[in-house]
Design a protein around this ligand. Structure first.
Ligand code: 5GP
Ligand code: MN
Length: 343
């Protein structure tokens, strides 16, 4: 689905035409691609003369707060329900970035569904729900930021990409490719990165702002997890971590503090699939990672109400943490053959 011309017709303001009320939203617990693509698009659309608001379904990690436009982001919570509803009512256009299924945006889902605005989906996940009027959807894209960049280029507006927009888009591209090391790191990814770097963005500063501002609490939690909570099941080439609400509280863990932790489990020698199960906000959040052809997306989708990509997926349950762990251990034999074949 590549409705570029139709999206261009909405974005372009004809001479004498009116600016549009644009609302941009993205998935819960937004990561650097979610925020980078949202704020990059917001910066671009503001340059095109539109009135733009970014609304996220939840708050997000501190290490993303430096992005240009962050000061105007509205992170949904009950206190802003009324004003956010009004924004959805007033919007002419809603951009839905970096998610394909409405259950990824929690309380914002009914607002998007009921809104009379034109809905435009821009995403690279695998299961598009057909709620949008227009879409730029490409599961082969490494990041939503890559699609935003391509959209701006295709609409002939590359010259509008300034340093703040470039920094946002670079952040999404860099993090969704695992710093240019995952299999989604195509030539196109590097070409886009090169174009952004040529704009004189400060690459090493962006990496530092995103990765090198870890709180001591987060490091202590990681130490505890690696020492006491990382379990390896060699018979499945599987490693996993569970974290209770009490453990998170003990280390004063905040949204985003557990992000990336699952990668330590995947990095264990011989492991081809990893998971982390986290008891947070009255649900169990699960993150899965794999290497090679083993699809954690299929496993997350079939058993844990989730989805994502082949090598990085997530899901959630309303079971207890112990029950979720038990369920995961119960489904493993179904995948044992495939796991053992994966190298
Ligand atoms: P993470 O583990 O980093 O939260 O997510 C990894 C990938 O899986 C991301 O691309 C994310 O969008 C996707 N994902 C995470 N949680 C869910 C979920 O609950 N449902 C679906 N459909 N995808 C998810
Ligand atoms: Mn993404």
């Amino acid at each position: 689905m590549q409705d570029i011309d139709a999206i261009g017709a909405i974005i372009g303001i004809p001479p004498g035409g009116a600016a549009r009320n644009v609302l941009i939203t993205t998935h819960q617990n937004p990561d650097a691609d979610a925020m980078g693509s949202s704020l990059g698009l917001a910066g671009y659309l503001r340059k095109k003369g539109h009135l733009v608001t970014v609304v996220t379904p939840t708050d997000y990690s501190q290490n993303l707060h430096w992005m240009s436009g962050n000061e105007n982001v509205i992170a949904f919570d009950e206190k802003v329900r009324v004003s956010v509803s009004e924004l959805f009512d007033q919007a002419d256009v809603i951009f839905c970035l970096d998610f394909s299924a409405l259950d990824r945006i929690r309380d914002l889902a009914p607002m998007v569904r009921q809104s009379r605005a034109r809905k435009i989906l821009i995403d690279h996940h695998l299961e598009p729900e057909s709620f949008a009027d227009l879409a730029l959807w490409d599961p082969t894209a490494a990041a939503t930021a890559e699609l935003i960049f391509q959209l701006i280029v295709d609409l002939g507006d590359k010259h509008l990409i300034d340093v703040p927009i470039a920094e946002c888009l670079y952040s999404g591209l860099m993090t969704d490719t695992g710093s240019f090391r995952h299999p989604n790191t195509t030539g196109n990814v590097h070409r886009m990165a090169a174009e952004l770097v040529d704009l004189k963005i400060d690459v090493s500063s962006i990496h530092r702002r995103i990765f090198d501002n870890v709180t001591l609490d987060k490091f202590r939690l990681l130490g505890y997890v690696l020492n006491e909570k990382l379990k390896v099941l060699p018979e499945y080439k599987f490693a996993y971590i569970t974290l209770t609400d009490a453990e998170l509280k003990r280390y004063r863990s905040k949204t985003g503090d557990t992000e990336g932790m699952v990668n330590y489990a995947l990095a264990v020698d011989g492991v081809v699939m990893a998971a982390i199960l986290i008891d947070r906000n009255d649900e169990i959040r699960m993150s899965f990672r794999s290497i090679g052809n083993f699809s954690v997306r299929d496993l997350a989708n079939k058993h844990f109400n989730g989805g994502g990509h082949r090598n990085a997926a997530g899901g959630r349950t309303k079971l207890s943490l112990a029950e979720t762990e038990q369920k995961l251990l119960t489904v493993l034999p179904e995948y044992q053959q495939l796991l053992l074949e994966t190298v």
